[in-house]
Design a protein around this ligand. Structure first.
Ligand code: SF4
Length: 306
């Protein structure tokens, strides 16, 4: 069979589902490549779209069968088990040298803005770090949504201490679950870029984040190494939260709220606050009230990255 793949979001991060599909089809003897519109008709084309806000593929597809998948299409089905447990074909993304995978899926919480509980259900174990690691790289980016809610997840993190691996949990860890013991485990890990990621999506999380940061600091992890995803819904409340995080000394990263269910885009104010928050130079030197679109253009002219 001749198989075509389309990473609809662009190639900004290795698409795990497409890499597994590629590996599985190659193991069946099929020919697999990125979809090329000028090629003769494909037997099957897989289109994967992770994000709802990226544009869909705009052109006609020349294939006998087209299979779409991913949260970006509102499709939450898992891959068939034999494909899900296939080691990914990293040759699709030679520009990335790290492994990606999940130790756990699902979550114990039901935050109203989040699709994870609907998509993945209750927290459950799915893999071990040594099966995810690439033989040619020591870096693993885990995509777990709440790894600290799982005993298996914590045991896996503990098992990586002292091994030749550097890790990242790029969907963030849950600060509510960081105890002095967990902080000690996390502090012994080698982190990619030295960064540990958490989330702080409501003001009620501020004292909890503060406690988590103090436990980590007691174990030698400086607050500036802590990157905090910051949901931006109510702009006034989000400004207060960002300022509280500045005082704690962590790095807030603003994410304007997108209503996935009703496909509603963030407002201009939410996007402007995220831009202000995420540009450290601007954020440290200018109050948000003074950060107008005019100022933004001036910062751009001066060459400040946004
Ligand atoms: S804790 Fe995180 S993954 Fe779990 S429901 Fe809330 S936002 Fe989603």
């Amino acid at each position: 069979m001749h198989i075509g793949l389309i990473d609809v979001d662009g190639h900004n991060f290795p698409n795990l589902a497409l890499m597994k599909l590629s590996a599985w089809h190659k193991a069946q003897g099929d020919e697999v490549e990125w979809y090329e519109p000028l090629m003769p008709e494909y037997d099957k084309v897989y289109m994967s779209k992770v994000f709802t806000f990226t544009e869909d593929y705009q052109w006609a597809i020349n294939a006998r069968q087209i299979v779409k998948g991913g949260t970006g299409y509102g499709l939450y089905e898992n891959l068939p088990a034999e494909i899900e447990y296939t080691f990914p074909d990293y040759s699709l993304y030679p520009q990335y040298s790290f492994a990606v995978g999940f130790l756990t899926r699902g979550c114990i919480r039901k935050c109203p803005w989040c699709i994870v509980p609907k998509k993945e259900g209750w927290i459950h174990s799915v893999n071990t770090w040594d099966k995810i690691k690439r033989p040619d790289s020591r870096d693993i980016v885990f995509l777990d949504n709440n790894v600290l809610a799982s005993e298996h997840g914590i045991a896996q993190i503990e098992d990586m201490i002292g091994k030749d691996v550097r890790i990242d949990f790029n969907q963030a860890m849950d600060a509510r679950l960081v105890t002095p013991e967990i902080a000690k485990i996390l502090s012994k890990e080698k982190w990619i870029d030295g960064t540990l990621r958490f989330a702080c999506d409501t003001y009620a999380m501020i004292p909890i984040l503060k406690r988590c940061v103090s436990y980590l600091e007691e174990n030698g992890v400086k607050p500036y190494r802590i990157f905090v995803y910051t949901l931006i819904q109510d702009v006034e409340e989000s400004i207060a939260r960002i300022m509280a995080m500045d005082e704690i000394g962590v790095q807030p990263f603003g994410q304007p709220y997108r209503d996935f269910t009703n496909n509603i885009e963030p407002t201009e104010d939410q996007k402007r606050l995220a831009r202000w928050c995420n540009n450290k130079a601007v954020h440290r030197s200018t109050r948000f009230e003074d950060y107008s679109n005019e100022n933004r253009k001036a910062y751009k002219r001066r060459g400040d990255a946004e």
